[in-house]
Design a protein around this ligand. Sequence first.
Ligand SMILES: Nc1ncnc2c1ncn2[C@@H]1O[C@H](COP(=O)(O)OP(=O)(O)OP(=O)(O)O)[C@@H](O)[C@H]1O
Length: 378
Amino acid sequence: MIVSTATCLAVVTINYAVGAGPAPGSGQGSPAIEVAHLTKRFGPAVAVDDVSFTVEQGEIFGYLGRNGSGKTTTVRMLATLTRPTSGQARICGADITDARRVRRLIGVTMQEAALDEAMTAGEHLRFVAGLSGLGRAAARRRAEEVLEVVGLSRDAEVRIGAFSGGMKRRLDIASALISRPPVLFLDEPTTGLDPQSRRAVWEEIRTLQASGATVFLTTQYLEEADQLAGRLAIVDAGAIVAEGSPRKLKADHGRTTITVAHNGVAGQIESTLKGDLLADEHLATDGSGRTVITLSSGTGGERALELLARIQGAGISPTHLAVTETSLEDVFIRLTGTAIGVGASGSDGASGSDGASGSDGASGSDGAPDGTGGEDRR
Ligand SMILES: Nc1ncnc2c1ncn2[C@@H]1O[C@H](COP(=O)(O)OP(=O)(O)OP(=O)(O)O)[C@@H](O)[C@H]1O
């Protein structure tokens, strides 16, 4: 049950200019996003399964899951584009059933863009600014400001058709910023981008956070979640299976390993460590003479040093030694049973990527507010 009624309306005074901080007294204290038991069914299929979480103002909250795990559907519900089957959510205290109010508080970028390639970036943004109710001069100023935020000032008069996939994504983010929303929903903003473009988008997202915005970021890239999100939820089949900072998730669910390569002394290592291993620690030696010791959950370097001291004390000299900290990928596999299933770099078609979808939330164009037309995307 969500009880907060506080709003962060005052946050809309954020300038979103580079280096600008949050406006004084900007509604601090009330959560930016509160979600309780949110569920979405399409017929008998459950797309979003009883999810609950809270995002505080100013956080980058990652929503990490593989294809089809319910990320977009969650964003669409929170952006008032799809009606939930059950559950509740508030954006800065505004209930998502109050679409008009919520849309004034959010900016949204979805995966499919609606950018007119014949327009220049500046024209596009002035158009979006006009739709949001700004007069000509104000729209021009605002377009210049958001171009600066996303690092596209020099490309203002370039036709969008000549933009790379990464530039289109950044332009799409710029569109979502026009109305100075305190809360941004970025649905897989880097999917399909090459590593360099992805990093440029990451920088923009960090800039937005520094400017005081709250960012809800869906992604299927482990590194992206690890690098950007202060906290994240791991989602699988519509449900949240774990939530916390990347560090906490690794500490709670990951395992550090020690790999020791040696000259046929596997038996000696086993007998040396036998009495020292904790109940949930194990040791395995493969055919090529490498012994892998998996440490107890929640332990790390200190525990590794203890066991290595025992090995050294027994006079065993490894020919190779590696202590590997757990990765978010290990955590994901442990929690969901399988790997996330995208390439490590995730670069699958950078410059040719068609990028982005227009900002279809707060800043003007309106999707289906009631989940009728808006749900008909597949
Ligand atoms: N309008 C719809 N009608 C029927 N099923 C839908 C609809 N929209 C989504 N789904 C289903 O809901 C599930 C979750 O989809 P969703 O797009 O939310 O996942 P996702 O994590 O965003 O995936 P992706 O990364 O591929 O975008 C999927 O099984 C999908 O096929």
